[in-house]
Every structure is written in C-alpha cells, then in structure tokens.
Design a protein around this ligand. Structure first.
Ligand code: APR
Ligand code: PHB
Length: 389
C-alpha cells in the first residue's frame, strides 16, 4: 500500500490532520490501535480555545460543537471562601467552548468516513522504518494480516505512550524536558444539572478542586489527590465531603450532588520532547508534549500543531518547498512553551504542595489576590486561557 501521509493515532491530532490534508487534496492513512467505540467514548478534556473553535469551524466539523457545546465568557477563581470572576470576553474579546474531546473525536471520525477517508482501527504491532530516507514505511497488523504502508511522510500523532517518539533517531540535538507533579487529579462524572454557569478553579489548604461541566445533565468535577491513591478508597460520601470542604464559601453557593457514574485518577506532568521533526518523521500533539490539565491546553496544542503541519505539507505538495516543514518544530515549540508555562503557572498557583513552607503558601495566596485585584494580571491570565496570542 502507498499513501502520501501515514498518520499514527486517531486522537484529535491524527484525525484533524487527516481531515485538513483531505481539504487540501492530500491523501493520508490513519492507523489507530484502539477500536472506534473506544476512542469515541474515552473521557478526556473539554475546553476549546477560540482558535480551536475557529479551526474546527473552518474545517467544516464545528456544527455540533456550536449547537451542543457551551460558550463560556468567564471563569471563576475561588479562594479564602470567596469566588472571583475573570471576565474572559471583556478582557480579551474572546471566549471558550466547553465541548467534550470525545465529541470532537466523533465529529472528526464521521467527517473522515463521510469523505471515504482511510482510518484503520484496531491495528497492532505498528513499527516505523526508513524514517530518515525519502521513502519511509510503516509496518502493522490488521485483522490478523501483516501489511506495509509506504508514504512520503510519517506523522506520529500517537500520544504520550505511542511508538513514534521512541522511533525518533537519537541525535545530539534531541532533548526531553520533564516535570512530574507530586499529586494527581481525582475526576468524577456526575448526573446532575450544572452547579455553576462557569468553571470554578478553587484553591484550598486541603487541595485544589475544579468544577467543570460536560452537558446540561452531566457534570465533570475534579479534586487534587495522591497520584498513587485508588478510586476504591473513595466512597461517594467521602468524595462529596471532600468537594464540599474545598469549595466552601461565604456567599451561599453550593455544589449540586448527583449520581457518580465514573471515577478516575490522572497523573500530572509537564513534558516536551524536541525537536519535533527528524527526516521524514514528524511528531504532533501528546506524542511530543504533555501539559498538566490545569488550564486545559492539551487538546488545543494538538490542534495548533497539526494546523502548522497541514500548512507545511500543503506548501510541499503545491510548491515543492520544504521551508514551512523545516520550520515546523521551531514554530510549534514557540506556542508549546508558552502553554507549558501557563499550565505550570496555573498548577503552581492552585494546588497545595505538601512541602511548601508557610511563607510559600502566603505567596500563593498573594498571587491569587493580585490576579483578582489587578486588571493587568487578570488580563494576562485571560489571554493565556483563551489562547489570545
Ligand atoms: N499504534 C497506533 N495507534 C496508537 C499507538 C500505536 N502504537 N499508540 C497510541 N495510539 C493511539 C491511541 O490509541 C490514541 O487514540 O494514538 C491516539 C493518540 O491520541 P491522544 O492521546 O488523544 O493524543 P493527541 O491526538 O495528541 O491529542 C491530545 O488528548 O490526552 C489528550 O489532553 C490531551 O487533549 C489532549 C489530546
Ligand atoms: C475538564 O472539563 O475536563 C477540564 C476543564 C478545565 C480544565 C481541565 C479539565 O482546566
């Protein structure tokens, strides 16, 4: 088999890249290890920046996002028993949409299949070959048969645990940057109406908590936990008691309870692997970088990476120039490092670090107070949050 672009992974990065290339008349094959049902039901993040909304809309896959997603014009920061609104739209002229990642996946899969795009699910044993030549290849198994796919380029969109990053050639320039945080997020999905019209990011001595939403009848709540803890240690009653304690306030607002139908614990890390290109192998999305979820940048970074790549590949096929492709890694990393900075800042600002000194805890509270009292500081947070630059 032969195609122009072999894409490993049908997450948001791989599927959107395949769709953007299709719109430019460039052919691709997407190889995905999991089943369609699995990728369409895995619960991940849910916040889309304005730029992400614009790209999905321009690519013709934004219809359900606009009708079913919820446009949010602000977020709230809660600390010391009070809630403070950051008016994203007033400060930046932009907004965010809360629309679950697996719904974005459904829309992209539907668009690829409607265009007769080639997306192979449940492939196994994916291996990359000759990536530093002009004829790279991918070998894999599908339905018990062994295949080889030849391509002009291979794009690794296979997430943090994929095979593409380990296949990048070891070279002097290759650098990995990492920070692992000493806490995780305990996430629950709850059947209830939203407790708040906007997301609430809460700082509390007992640990951080986040009130987010999925749909008018399903809510997403998180609280900081020990990353080695286990969901079985947390009864529903214990979860509610912890959330109420961290979200306590003096203005009468109360978290709505409901039936908890999913519990999970996620670890937190910041990670960047550079460069994102070697020969004919490129990385995009979680394959190249991870942000802690505070600030919800992961999906948005995946989208901006593949937009840059699609432009580079378009230039290559239209004009025969590799200029944009050669600049891809540097261009993508500029935005990635800013998002890494913001996610790290939000994480540091809102979580309780067990080893923080009393002085450091006061500095954290002073920083929060500065943000809600200074328009300049609130604007900086809002610009980063909506992805304004
Ligand atoms: N072969 C084929 N597919 C693979 C392989 C492999 N060896 N390894 C992983 N995959 C698939 C995974 O099953 C997954 O569907 O690659 C896909 C990677 O998707 P994501 O992890 O969602 O990564 P990405 O598309 O970069 O999207 C980043 O996802 O983790 C969230 O917060 C993150 O929102 C961000 C987004
Ligand atoms: C989510 O709804 O999953 C979510 C929202 C905001 C974040 C992180 C996760 O910062």
């Amino acid at each position: 088999m032969r195609t122009q672009i072999a894409i490993i992974g049908a997450g948001p990065a791989g599927l959107l890249l395949s769709h953007l290339l299709h719109l430019e008349g460039i052919e691709s094959v997407v190889l995905e290890a999991r089943s369609r049902t699995d990728i369409e039901s895995t619960i991940r993040a849910g916040v889309l920046e304005q730029g992400t909304m614009d790209i999905l809309t321009q690519a013709g896959v934004g219809e359900r996002m606009r009708s079913e997603g919820a446009l949010h014009h602000g977020i709230e920061l809660a600390f010391d028993g009070a809630r403070h609104r950051i008016d994203l739209s007033e400060l930046t002229g932009k907004a965010i949409t809360v629309y679950p990642q697996h719904e974005v996946i459904k829309d992209l899969v539907a668009a690829r299949l409607a265009a007769k795009g080639s997306v192979l699910f449940e492939v196994a044993d994916v291996e990359l070959h000759d990536t530093q030549t002009l004829r790279p290849r991918v070998s894999y198994r599908h339905g018990g048969e062994a295949y080889t796919l030849e391509a002009d380029f291979i794009i690794g969109c296979d997430g943090y645990h994929g095979v593409a990053r380990p296949a990048m050639p070891a070279q002097e320039l290759r650098k990995n940057f990492q920070r692992i945080y000493p806490f995780g997020w305990f996430g629950i999905l709850v059947e209830s109406a939203p407790s708040s019209e906007e997301l609430i990011y809460a700082q509390h001595d007992r640990g951080y908590a986040l009130v987010s939403t999925r749909t008018p009848t399903v809510q997403r709540l998180y609280f900081q936990c020990d990353p080695s803890d286990h969901v079985d240690n947390w009864s529903d009653d214990r979860i509610w008691a912890e959330l109420h304690a961290r979200l306590e306030n003096h203005d009468g607002w109360k978290l709505k309870e409901g039936h908890i139908f999913q519990k999970n614990i996620i670890g937190m890390r910041s990670f960047v692997s550079t460069p994102m290109q070697a020969g004919r192998l490129f990385l995009a999305g979680d394959a190249a970088h991870i942000v802690p979820p505070t600030g919800a940048k992961g999906l948005n970074l995946a989208v901006s990476d593949v937009q840059l790549l699609a432009r580079g590949l378009e230039q290559f096929y239209r004009q025969g120039s590799e200029e944009r492709l050669n600049g891809y890694s540097d261009a993508a990393l500029k935005r990635i490092w800013r998002a890494e900075y913001f996610s790290w800042t939000m994480t540091r600002l809102l979580h309780t670090f067990a080893d923080a000194t009393p002085f450091e805890r006061e500095m954290q509270r002073a920083e929060l107070a500065n943000i809600v009292n200074s328009r300049a500081m609130a604007t900086a947070l809002a610009e980063n949050y909506v992805g304004a630059f």
